[in-house]
Design a protein around this ligand. Structure first.
Ligand code: SF4
Ligand code: SF4
Length: 229
């Protein structure tokens, strides 16, 4: 069960979006027209061609206090026991698999899904990650860059990050790194925590309520998904 793991330290993320751009470039995903949504988050959500998105949230203004930014480089968590795969196995064999070497959860976008079956898979994901690719009729998300890993390279998002927010490696080592950083950050932020470290391969360190970063940061019900959104 060891496999690989990411540790994402949001305390040093500056929201430069280098990871987001590197992901799009490496995967040769197309850009899409977008518009200002009232924050610097752009595009507004994950999509069939956007596997990685730095989410921006602002808090404090409504209470009259100084604003605070929450940056959250969102992506598939590569769950240890992935509900998406459990649902996909019942709907379309081969649409999702576990990579034997890295334990990455990998979607096959060439396996076609009906909109209803895709909807069931998306709603089973606690983090609202899968997206429907209208071009192929399959679903997409972060691949853990297993093509790069096979060549001895780091994931593109990790390689690009200039601040050390994105970290990747053997699970045992990354768990130790995450725990070390948590203890250091707790000195000034007693509420700091690692999100669902026992359940996922993408572990976020946050200093505040995960819901302030993103609605699905710590998982949750997913009642509003819609095909092609
Ligand atoms: S985060 Fe969602 S899409 Fe990714 S492995 Fe977990 S259930 Fe599947
Ligand atoms: S591991 Fe690769 S596919 Fe996944 S978010 Fe990073 S760059 Fe994108």
């Amino acid at each position: 069960m060891a496999g690989k793991t990411f540790f994402i330290d949001t305390t040093v993320c500056t929201a430069c979006r280098g990871c987001q751009s590197a992901c799009k470039q490496w995967n040769q995903n197309p850009v899409a027209p977008t518009r200002q949504q009232g924050t610097y988050q752009n595009p507004p959500d994950l999509a069939a061609g956007t596997f990685k998105l730095v989410r921006f949230s602002e808090a404090g203004m409504a209470a009259g206090g100084p604003p605070r930014w929450y940056f959250f480089p969102d992506q598939c968590r590569h769950c240890l026991y992935p509900p998406c795969k459990m649902t996909a196995d019942k709907k379309a064999k081969g649409a999702a698999r576990i990579d034997s070497r890295t334990r990455a959860i990998v979607f096959d976008p060439t396996v076609k899904l009906t909109p209803t079956d895709f909807e069931a898979i998306r709603q089973s994901c606690p983090y609202d990650i899968p997206r429907y690719d209208t071009r192929s009729g399959g679903m997409t998300k972060c691949t853990m860059c297993i093509d790069r890993l096979g060549e001895g390279l780091q994931p593109a998002c990790v390689k690009t990050c200039p601040t050390g927010a994105m970290n990747f490696g053997e699970r045992d080592e990354l768990l130790k790194l995450a725990e070390t950083r948590l203890q250091a950050v707790k000195i000034n932020h007693p509420g700091a925590a690692l999100i669902n470290a026992d359940e996922v391969r993408v572990i976020f360190l946050v200093t505040d309520d995960p819901a302030k970063y993103h609605r699905f940061a710590a998982g949750g019900n997913n009642p509003k998904s819609a095909v092609g959104r």
